[in-house]
Design a protein around this ligand. Structure first.
Ligand code: ADP
Length: 158
């Protein structure tokens, strides 16, 4: 049986932290599906098409990584993709409470799907998409946080 993990999020935009996590995850799974959520309660900066396009560029060469978008319940999406695992990143203690609640509710909705938490390399632990967007809007340098192709598109869309 193929080991398939879904790594869900808004990826608005994909950052070096996400990419580090995906590079680690492809060593553990046959396929890692980057599930870009369409109906996030957050207002998106990039359109879904832009988020897919930059993720695709950023993950080029990582063969086991696959990018899909979804607008259904996460556990239903995971089920439809035959994924056994939902992968989430933990950066700091502050992520824990929300992630713990989310994994508990997902487990209730589908007890057969496990949530697995991974941490990025230390140098990526402070990166978040929302801070990247904020720095960009205030004219700061985001080159340490996202790949050059992502930075270029963000600047175009600003
Ligand atoms: P969300 O909309 O749920 O915040 P994001 O697109 O921000 O989703 O991130 C998707 C997943 O990646 C989440 O599990 C989040 O905790 C994780 N993540 C975000 N940034 C990092 C990072 N720098 N290092 C590791 N994991 C991260």
């Amino acid at each position: 049986m193929k080991k398939i993990a879904i790594y869900p999020g808004s990826f608005d935009p994909i950052t070096n932290g996400h990419i580090d996590l995906i590079q680690r995850a492809v060593k553990l799974f046959d396929t890692v599906i980057i599930g870009i959520s369409q109906n996030s309660k957050k207002t998106a900066f990039l359109s879904i098409d832009d988020r897919i396009a930059v993720a695709r560029k950023a993950l080029k060469g990582i063969e086991r990584a696959k990018i899909l978008c979804f607008d259904t319940l996460l556990v239903d999406f995971a089920n439809a993709q035959n994924a056994q695992v939902i992968l989430r990143g933990l950066r700091a203690v502050s992520d824990f409470e929300y992630e713990f609640q989310l994994s508990g509710m997902n487990k209730h909705l589908n007890p057969d799907i496990e949530t697995l938490f991974m941490t990025p390399a230390e140098q990526y632990a402070n990166i978040s998409s929302s801070l990247v967007r904020e720095i960009l809007m205030l004219g700061g340098n985001i080159s340490a946080f996202v790949p050059a192709s992502v930075e270029a598109l963000l600047k175009q869309r600003l």
